[in-house]
Design a protein around this ligand. Sequence first.
Ligand code: PRP
Length: 531
Amino acid sequence: MEFSIANLQPKERASFALRALYEAAGCRKYHMGRFEEYGLYQENRSFLSSEQVITFTDLDGRLLALKPDVTLSIAKTAQPAPGETLRYYYHENVYRPSAESHTFKEISQMGLEMLGAVGEAQVQQAVCLAARSLDALGAEWVLEVSHMGYLFGLFDALGVPDAARAKLLEKLREKNAHELRAAAGAAGLADAADTLCSVLDLSGAYAETMEKAAALCKNDAMRAAVAELEALAVPLEKAGGVIRLDMTLAGEMEYYNGLVFQGYLKALPRPLLKGGRYDLLMQKFTPGAGAIGFAVYLDELDRLSAPLPPVQKNSTDRVMLNVALPKGRLGDKVYHLLAGIGYGCPEDYNATRKLVVENPEAGIRYFLVKPSDVAIYVEHGAADVGIVGKDILTEASADVYELLDTGLGKCRMCVAAPADYKDDPSRPVRVATKFVNIAKSYYASMGRDIDIIKLNGSIELAPILGLSDVIVDIVETGTTLRENGLKVVTEFMPISARFIANKASYQFKHAEMDTMLEKLRAELQNKEEAK
Ligand code: PRP
């Protein structure tokens, strides 16, 4: 068979297309080895997505690492002369831990860096090349743009203490209005909660959102950020895809100091391109220099060559919103609510063993999944949205948007023990639980050493049989504890069902999601008022 680029896998084709794009833009290929001094990562931990790095001792005794990142090595080695802009692109493998497979993964990255004299022209060139990179991949795409200066300017204007910033950024990143408000209150910023929550509305079409963002400016830092974003509108207009502004994006990328952006391709559940301006990091290596760059995660493209899943083959032209519904009482409750606002299906899923029911006219499809799996389906994009208990969501630490607290299925996470239990500080507490991560992080925050016993149900049995000292579990009515002679020792996390969304689906189906959310909010409010 003759060689043809068309027969290659999507990620191989992409590497040819991107290489041509970057060479034509005057970028030079930057080749580097797989190893780097471990010290570089130790000194720049905040730049890495994980502190876990594969290390080994070289023959001369130096501690080396398999590169978890390329940008740091380029920033360290490239030495732009004053006034010079270096333009590089690379195609390298990096090694990062994967929480899902509990091992390190080899990740193929292609990226571009501009280092040295970085002004408006270079910033525009870099962002436009990011947009054109997405356009070269042959599928519908969305580029989300934001600016760190806007959010940090707002934090300064509101007097947000340094200690509270990480939490607020986390809640902004999750688009989690209810917990953002709570975090603002806990930081003594209750008066600023409305303003902070209004940042969540700054997500949408570029020009329209820009106007809203400009109206919220409170200081020069915010105005400068808006001006820089405004200057991008015209160059980005010609890029061919959808450009969105999202001021919550800054919560994802704390090490950047200016413009930040993230690209999505339709059919891929995670962002495929990430980048931004990182002058502060660059200045550690070359005083006075600036830097902007981005990376394309080529492995994500493997999905493009997978056949369309059967459930999507039957679909109509209408955009279908795929909902992961937890099997059981909570799922039934949520389904009835949604059916009441126009998202019902002709088929009663409880009358059959079917796991998929749909109503193409209403643009809705439900998957009946085990409650503990909802966040997994949504994070991986098999479902666009889902309803999941905060207990399960926290335990899975899923990377999803948490768009609404439905207030349904209220209960609380507790430490419980036999009525006569007394903590013996001379030894670790033996804790039985389904929620291993939640229990670990709770006891870590208390500075108490524990031995975890992971169980899958009937947790209350463990202390009764002497298998554990205490349990960490959800308590709703308290009946199970009472009837088994246990009592609550501490209550530490309120729980209810949350409406979550896949981050990529949010880009491509935000109109459908917003409509559903608005109707759901109104319906929940009506029910609350009718009580
Ligand atoms: C949950 C939880 C408690 C019980 C609490 O168990 O693990 O056992 O509910 O509810 P209550 O306070 O109203 O008594 P679930 O019914 O999910 O079964 P499991 O024990 O098998 O996990």
